[in-house]
Design a binder for this molecule. Structure first.
Ligand SMILES: NC(=O)N[C@@H](CC(=O)O)C(=O)O
Ligand SMILES: [Zn+2]
Ligand SMILES: [Zn+2]
Length: 332
């Protein structure tokens, strides 16, 4: 049995820097034709010079792979001149509430104080991506942030806003209420719940922000993805951390999923008789929503089994040590 995906796009990806970047970049650039590169480095990617330098580092690491890194600026207040200069080099701007997740200390403290930049972005057609969590009770952080999305969508009706890595049924419902509101969802949030993280022995490799939620949340996300919901895009949020930062007290948030994304998505969509909608979920929707065409790439998967390694260097991947039914067998 085989299945082919054309030009898969990962709409939310962390590549880090240095040795980690060199290790993980090829695992995405092999399978995907483009990916949105998150800017939460230390210091953040919040100026054009750093962004162009970062892009070069990624291009060197992807080797000969056909792969377009779609660069993001880290949200701060920008002047019109800065945005004009950056415009042709960026895909969008990523906003982190200060302290909400990994390397977000430089994020926004008060959203109502940065509206000038939202207005500029709206005027210039620059998309806004948001890590939408409050500092409330951990299971309620996304739900509590939803009114913020709603307010922004109303106040800036021409601004394209993406709710990044949604994890709740409420977020899925909000999608249909505002024309300019979109969302990404990860692979792992279609599969796991909080039970997998902390219901038995604690599994630090499944700990991420936002934390995996309830079965009914996973079900709503899964149904929307399987249906190829036109405003929902695949974004892996593959977020590698070295094993020393995961298997310790004070575990870092993030799952490293890059090598298993496509095989697991095919497995999941096949299980639910929804393979017909996978192309839209991993490529078509993003292209239509954002009006771009990624480089052509054809990825063939076959049901021949693939043994997942326990580690890639010092990083433990999602599904480490498992035998996956599907494997990527040809890329052209
Ligand atoms: N998702 C995560 O748990 N971690 C991400 C940051 C993020 O996307 O929030 C990371 O950079 O490690
Ligand atoms: Zn995030
Ligand atoms: Zn992320």
């Amino acid at each position: 049995m085989e299945f082919t995906i054309n030009s898969p796009i990962d709409m939310h990806l962390h590549l880090r820097e240095g040795a980690m970047l060199e290790r993980v970049t090829p695992l995405t650039s092999e399978h995907f034709s483009a990916a949105i590169i998150m800017p939460n480095l230390v210091p953040p990617v919040d100026n054009l010079e750093r962004l162009l330098q970062y892009r070069q580092e990624i291009e060197a690491a992807r080797g000969d792979d056909v792969f377009d890194p779609l660069m993001m600026l880290f949200f701060r207040q920008y002047s019109e001149a800065e945005l004009l200069a950056a415009r042709e080099h960026i895909f969008g701007i990523k906003l982190y509430p200060a302290g909400a997740t990994t390397n977000s200390e430089a994020g926004v403290k008060a959203l109502d104080e940065v509206e000038e930049t939202f207005a500029l972005m709206e005027k210039m057609g620059i998309p806004l991506m948001i890590h939408g969590e409050t500092h409330g009770f951990v299971m309620d952080r996304e739900k509590e942030f939803l009114p913020v999305y709603a307010k922004l969508a109303e106040k800036f009706p021409k601004l394209k806003i993406t709710m990044e890595h949604i994890t709740t049924r409420d977020a899925v419902e909000l999608l249909d209420r505002y024309e300019n509101l979109y969302a990404t969802v990860t692979l792992h949030h279609l599969v796991i719940t909080l039970n997998d993280v902390a219901g038995g022995l604690l599994n630090p490799h499944l700990f991420c922000k936002p934390i995996a939620k309830r079965p009914e949340d996973r079900e709503a996300l899964l149904q929307a993805a399987l249906a190829g919901h036109p405003k929902l895009m695949f974004g892996s949020d593959s977020a590698p951390h070295p094993i020393s930062k995961k298997e310790c007290c004070g575990c870092a948030a993030g799952l490293f999923t890059a090598p298993v994304c496509l095989p697991t998505l095919v497995e999941l969509f096949e299980q639910h008789d929804a393979l017909g909608n996978l192309q839209a979920f991993v490529s078509g929707n993003a292209q239509r929503i954002h009006g771009f065409t990624p480089p052509a790439k054809t990825v063939k998967l076959e049901k021949i089994g693939m043994d997942m390694p326990a580690r890639y260097g010092d990083v433990v991947p999602y599904r480490a040590g498992e035998t996956l039914p599907w494997a990527v067998t040809d890329i052209s």
